[in-house]
Design a protein around this ligand. Structure first.
Ligand code: HEM
Length: 224
């Protein structure tokens, strides 16, 4: 098996194991959420974080390859896999969230009359539009669609993913900011998952900004 495929598998298993473990430790073990809520409610948090991690990673590999070409260039073909995996998990997270979407599960999104408050309205609209953007990006990775696009058109749609990541950042800021500012309430002093996601997205956006300031060649190749 080629080295990049083995690395791709290792990263995938590590991220998935890490996010599920983190969610179980933070919520089930330390906070005391009943294990019967693990399959959907807690897994949804892990899946959301894994989605962010994989999408961010797929956007970080190009910029990283500029700084560590020997290590990172062989991994560039994995961008498509991580991007599509992250998109798939984001879609699953959206679906799971809709099933769970009740005031009893998410009191912070609802008013007393059962309608959404401004936090719920804003964070959900950001989440839904981010998914729309990632759908467009994923579609352009289909060989038939990619072949019909000029390189600059394909690149434009791929780079829309940064707008998608920015929307996910807004999705988690609107729902999480209040909690982020109260570290004394964090179970086991472990960072909220929304904050971990925000840090990962901020890192991906920062890397992109660094690349924009010092343009180069890696990371802009069409990788259908
Ligand atoms: C239809 C689109 C979406 C809907 C309806 C939605 C809904 C939700 C809901 C209800 C939560 C709160 C979960 C909780 O606190 O347990 C949440 C959190 C989150 N969402 Fe989304 N989301 C959508 C899209 C996305 C996408 C595409 C991503 C990632 C690429 C994403 C990443 C996250 C993250 C990281 C959290 C924080 C989880 C936590 O704090 O435990 N969401 N979303």
């Amino acid at each position: 098996m080629p080295l990049f495929q083995r690395t791709q598998q290792t990263i995938t298993v590590t991220v998935l194991a890490g996010t599920f473990l983190y969610a179980a430790i933070r919520y089930n073990i330390i906070k005391g959420v009943a294990w019967e809520h693990f399959p959907l409610f807690i897994s949804n948090k892990a899946i959301a974080l894994a989605s962010v991690a994989f999408i961010a990673l797929s956007y970080m590999l190009g910029p990283l390859a500029r700084f560590w070409p020997q290590t990172m260039v062989p991994l560039l073909p994995a961008r498509k896999f991580f991007g599509l995996l992250g998109f798939g998990l984001g879609a699953v997270h959206g679906l799971m969230s809709l099933l769970l979407f009740t005031p009893a599960n998410y009191p912070k999104f609802f008013l007393a009359d059962g309608t959404l408050n401004v936090t719920g309205e804003l964070s959900m609209v950001f989440g839904i539009f981010s998914l729309l953007i990632f759908t467009a990006v994923a579609l352009t990775s289909l060989p038939s669609i990619a072949a019909s696009l000029k390189v600059d058109q394909w690149q434009f749609v791929q780079r829309l993913g940064y707008a998608g990541l920015t929307l996910v950042l807004l999705h988690v800021i609107t729902m999480g900011l209040e909690g982020w500012l109260k570290p004394a309430t964090w179970p086991g002093r472990l960072l909220p998952i929304s904050l971990v996601a925000a840090i990962i997205i901020a890192a991906a956006l920062l890397l992109r900004i660094i690349v924009l300031i010092s343009p180069g060649t890696y990371g802009s190749q069409k990788n259908k």
